[in-house]
Every structure is written in C-alpha cells, then in structure tokens.
Design a protein around this ligand. Structure first.
Ligand code: HEM
Length: 407
C-alpha cells in the first residue's frame, strides 16, 4: 500500500484532494476518475477537487461537538418542535449549533421562487409517475448503491430497516410538495435536519467495526460524491425515465424540476461547484458517478427484501411477480439482477409493451389504448402505493442518531 490513508490526505489539505486519483488505484473502488468540470456547475467555476474528498466542513465539526458533549437527546427534543420553514429556531439550542442552523436554513442566493413553484406543480401533475419512480425506481436502486446500503444498514436506523428504508424515497417525494420551500412548507426544516443526521453518521460510522470492514477503505462516509450519487438516483433517474416513458414535459417544466433538486442539493450541503447547471451536465455527471458503482451487496439485498415487503404489506393487489416485472422494466435487467428481483419472462415483456401505451393514453396522445387488463390493476395499485406510502400527510420525523446499529 502507498501508506496514504484518505484521512491523511484530507488532513494534508484540500489541494492534495486534487490528486484523489491515487486512492482510486485500490481495487476496492470501482469509481472512475473525476473529470467533471466545475464549468458545468451552478457555480460555473471551482478548484475541480474530486468530491470523494469533500464532506461537510460546516456541519461536521458542529455535530461532532454536540455528540461529544452528550447533547443529542436534548437537541432532538428541541428539533422535534421545529417544523415550519418560517418558524424561529427553538430556544435552548447549543450556540454553535444554532449559528450553523441559522446559516444552513437560508436558501441559496440563486434560488428562484418562480421556478421552485413551477417545479412543484410539475411534480404534482405527474404525481403518479413521479411517485412510482421514487418509490419503486429510486428506492430500489438505492439498494444497489453499495455505500448507501452499507451506511444505512450499519447505522442506528438499520436496526429498524422498514422505518429507515422508506425515508429517502419519501424525502424525494416531499421535495415535490407544492409548498416545499415556501414559508409555510417544511422542506427547509427536513433538509437541514437531514444534513445534520448525515454529519452525525460521519461521526458515528467510523466507530462501527462492522462498517469499517466493508467500507472499501473509505474512512468517513457520505462524501459529497456519495450524495451526488444518491441525488442522481433520484432526480436524474426520474427525469430520464419520464422521458423514456413518453411523458410530455415542456422545457420550462424540465428546467423547473431540475431547479427544485438543485436547491435541495444545496440545502443538503452540496457545494455549488458540484451541482449540475443543466440536465446535460447532470446526465454526464450521473454517467461518471452513478453508473460505474452500482453493485450487489449483502446489505443491499437485505434492504431490497424489506422494501418489497412494505409494498406487499400494503396489499394493493400487487403480487410480488408484478412488482418484480415493473421494477425490472423501470430499473433495467442489470440492476434487477443485482438486487435479486425475480425474472418474470411472461410479465416483463407485457409491462414493457403495455406501460408506454398506458402512459400515452393518460397523456392524451392516443384515444384507446390496447392495454391488457392487468396493466390497469398495476396502475391502480401504483396510485394507491403513492397515496398511502409517500403522500401520507406527515413529513418525515428526523432525529439525530446517538449510536450505530447494535452489533
Ligand atoms: C439519513 C435523505 C444521501 C446515508 C437520511 C434521512 C433522510 C435522508 C431524509 C433522515 C432519515 C431519518 O431520520 O431516519 C437523503 C438524501 C440524500 C441522501 C435525499 C441524497 C440526495 C445519503 C448518502 C448516504 C446516506 C449518500 C450514504 C452513503 C444515510 C444514513 C442515514 C441517513 C446512514 C441515517 C440512518 C439512521 O441511522 O437513522 N438521509 N440521504 N444518505 N442517510 Fe441519507
């Protein structure tokens, strides 16, 4: 080995991160070289440092301090009272945390309320498709993202996976709320809390022997690169599939939907120089960071099982084979195999042939679809899945974890 741990490289200063390629020589990493240019970002310029070596300089030390001082329970009690975007922070927060949160709750200077509004309306209009894609697409894909699966599995929430697994997909859905970033909405609160949870995980997981064994040499989880991976599994994936399916999307709507996700990335602590400015830039970045890392893991397989179990438990008349066929159609066979979805030689071609017809009918593009009856069942089940599972009025209750998954 070259004797340079990632943490040492980090300590050696940001500039050295530019040589992140050295770390990639290790076989544990399937990542490709970071060549995505900051010119394609919101910032328009930047040092071009591989986000693999960047975490969250503002949140991480503050949350580590809260944890070391034993203030997690007290802070969680106070956080529970903070719900609306326009609500003042509760009294009694540690001063350093309050200062961080006051700063973190500000929307980026480039946020455009008109576009945010349009983006939410678009998500609502296409709600069933978008919901199906977050829940059965992005949600399942996350189980083929090794670092995310392992981080989730070995952190505290991993012990109650059913509760945990739903949350990223649900957050994706909440981002599309009509009032998400308005004063009366709650996405600012959700995003700031999530940013704090991620910082807590960065403090805790390195202390987990089980995580350390499978982290592939990564010393601190949830780098900015990792967040971008998940971001693409949500935003970029959903936009691509909507287009594949023939959903009609105006250029202004596509742009507005991107904007909602750009703002959300910033609120989760991603730096402007990594946030794609256009869909072309996003697709290029996704190809670089997401496509090469998808893989089967034992932890991901366990999470897949839980997620499919939730859908089955809702008992919407969706049989496991039909879910498998739809998810395989949505995610593609390669990812389907990775996460262990059953092969459905009869249902899969049926879904592949009929779903676009059903979409075309719903979009008013064809008068009478020659759609087999099972597809209407599927559509109705998806509608109920979205309503029951994603749209249930409550925003996600988010707490700082105080420990890892018990061994
Ligand atoms: C927690 C969303 C990226 C790992 C959370 C929570 C949300 C969320 C809403 C809070 C859930 C709770 O309180 O239980 C997101 C979004 C992401 C993202 C929208 C990117 C756009 C990542 C990445 C990783 C990760 C890249 C790991 C590589 C975790 C873990 C927790 C967490 C381990 C804590 C689980 C627990 O112990 O409760 N995330 N996340 N997240 N996230 Fe993320």
């Amino acid at each position: 080995q070259h004797g340079l741990s990632r943490r040492n490289m980090l300590l050696a200063g940001g500039a050295l991160g530019a040589f992140g390629a050295i770390g990639l020589a290790s076989p544990a990493s399937a990542r490709s070289l970071w060549t995505w240019s900051p010119k394609a970002s919101i910032a328009g310029s930047g040092a071009g440092i591989d986000p693999e070596w960047v975490w969250d300089e503002q949140a991480d030390p503050v949350i580590a301090g809260v944890m070391k001082r034993g203030e997690v329970a007290k802070v969680n009690d106070l956080l529970a009272q903070w719900k609306r975007n326009d609500q003042p922070l509760p009294d009694g927060l540690p001063a350093d945390l309050r200062a961080f949160m006051e700063d973190a709750r500000k929307l980026p200077s480039w946020a455009d309320t008109g576009k945010l509004d349009r983006g939410s309306k678009f998500s609502k209009t296409k709600g069933i498709y978008v919901g199906a894609l977050y829940g059965l697409g992005s949600g399942l894909m996350s189980t083929a993202i090794p670092r995310e699966s392992r981080a989730v599995y070995y952190s505290k929430g991993g012990a109650d996976m059913k509760d945990r697994i739903a949350k990223t997909a649900k957050l994706g859905y909440d981002i599309g709320d009509l009032d998400a970033y308005k004063p009366e909405g709650s996405m600012v609160v959700t995003a700031v809390k999530t940013r704090m949870v991620h910082a807590a995980v960065r403090h805790l997981l390195p202390q987990s022997p089980a995580w350390t064994q499978v982290s592939g040499g990564q010393k601190i989880p949830i780098s900015q690169a990792d967040i971008l991976v998940t971001w693409h599994s949500l935003a970029t994936f959903v936009m691509r599939k909507l287009k594949d399916w023939g959903v009609r999307i105006s250029a202004a709507d596509a742009d507005a939907y991107l904007h909602v996700w750009q703002v959300s990335a910033a609120m989760l602590g991603v730096q402007d120089e990594y946030i794609p400015k256009t869909w072309d830039a996003a697709n290029a970045q996704s190809k670089q960071v997401l496509d090469p890392i998808l893989a089967h893991t034992k932890e991901g397989e366990a999470l897949t099982d839980v997620l499919l179990g939730i859908v089955a438990e809702l008992d919407l008349g969706l049989t496991r084979p039909l879910i498998s066929a739809f998810s395989r159609y949505t995610l593609g066979g390669r990812v389907g195999d990775m996460i262990g979805l059953s092969k459905e030689p009869i249902l899969e071609p049926l879904v592949a042939g009929a779903w676009p017809l059903l979409v075309a009918f719903r979009e008013g593009l064809i008068p009478v679809p020659g759609v087999p009856a099972v597809m209407w069942t599927l559509e109705e089940a998806i509608r109920r899945f979205v309503l029951l599972f994603l749209a249930e009025g409550q925003p996600i209750a988010i707490n700082l974890p105080d420990m890892n998954r018990p061994e």
